[in-house]
Design a protein around this ligand. Sequence first.
Ligand code: C2E
Ligand code: MG
Ligand code: MG
Length: 403
Amino acid sequence: MNKVKQTRVLVLDDDKFMLEFVSHLLRELGVNEVLVAEDGKAGLFVLSAQVAAVDLLICDIEMPGMDGIEFLRNIADQNYRGRIVLFSGVNPDLLKATERLATARGLNIIGTLAKPVTVGSLATILEQLSSPALKSIDSSRMRQIFDVEEIKQALIAGHIDLFYQPKVSVSSGHVTSVECLARWRHAEYGYVSPDSFIPVIEQCGLINELTRNVLTKAAQQLDVWLQQGLDLKVSVNVSMENLDRFNLPEVYEKAVRDCNVPIDRMILEITESKLGKDFAQTLDILTRIRLKGFGLAIDDFGTGYSSMETLKHMPFTELKVDRIFAHGAAADPATRAMLESSIKLGRVFGLNVVVEGIEIKADYELAAALGCDEIQGYFIAKPMPPDEFIKWLSEYEKINHKY
Ligand code: C2E
Ligand code: MG
Ligand code: MG
């Protein structure tokens, strides 16, 4: 409870009675410092006026003036790092949509509270405060991680490693291929995730260096595995920032040919949401990549806006359904409907349909029953360094792997 005592909470609600009531309950539960605001603008003012950080925000969605959604947009722009609880009397769908929106903006939503608020529901929220915060890296540490020069040096020094995550065939249960995922081996922080350094690499114009580097490492690894008798393909992520040069198909082809591996065992993954910057140029490059023999996957399918058009015109061989349509699909009819229609669409276009982000058996079984070809996700295995992957694979192949 010590943690609760030191917590600074800001409650936003246009209803004065509700503000007093919730503040009273929080104090009863041991919180020393409760701040209040009657609408979004007042909330922003209170936040900016604080010397110390506000740890927990309890935010109503419906407020006159600046409403909860506008308020959340503003604090996301200001990189608010504290935890947030949404509360409202609005219908649950609207509350859920607001939660998704806030999460998509990078905010740390730890729960929702339906009105009327009770001591019990508030106590449950406060209990979560004793668990470590998800986004607890402070800004000075973040800056250090995002330092462009440091990332450049890491690239030159070969500190970008590849982890491998298996994809398994639903019909045979066998591992068909692995996706190569970049990790920065950092002396101080251990393995740093790609989301923390790839955007910087893209911005500073080094993405072609990274892709060539990753492609070469992936092809070398594939060569080793093929020589060991493994029947695998490898997938490499290609950033859209890469697709700015007409000679890319030749560059990629050379990187693979230099390692003597068959090109048709390499799949390039392109994120859907970034397709279509320059339609003719993208189509030109992707079509020639296919002509060279590479497989071509549309990654994170469903997160972009041009799904149908893109699928119709671009020469893809594989569709990877984004994990937001897979995670929890067995338990949520709306998610299930989106998963089902994405799989159907992929099949109509004759693509190899992969469902990503499967974490539990129920979702695996659902995706399989809905007709996808391959599954990738923590339920099968997390991304691993190559030696760990080989150990995992031999264990996996020993058991009957059809779930
Ligand atoms: P992606 O290509 O969609 O890769 C899948 C991401 O989902 C990986 O995150 C993987 O670790 C994660 N994942 C797989 N299964 C599950 C699951 O069951 N649950 C959850 N919660 N996550 C799962 P990772 O490795 O952090 O990579 C993030 C993104 O960074 C990748 O998304 C890809 O877009 C990008 N990326 C990774 N490596 C490279 C690279 O070499 N080049 C480029 N351009 N982008 C890369
Ligand atoms: Mg990918
Ligand atoms: Mg993906």
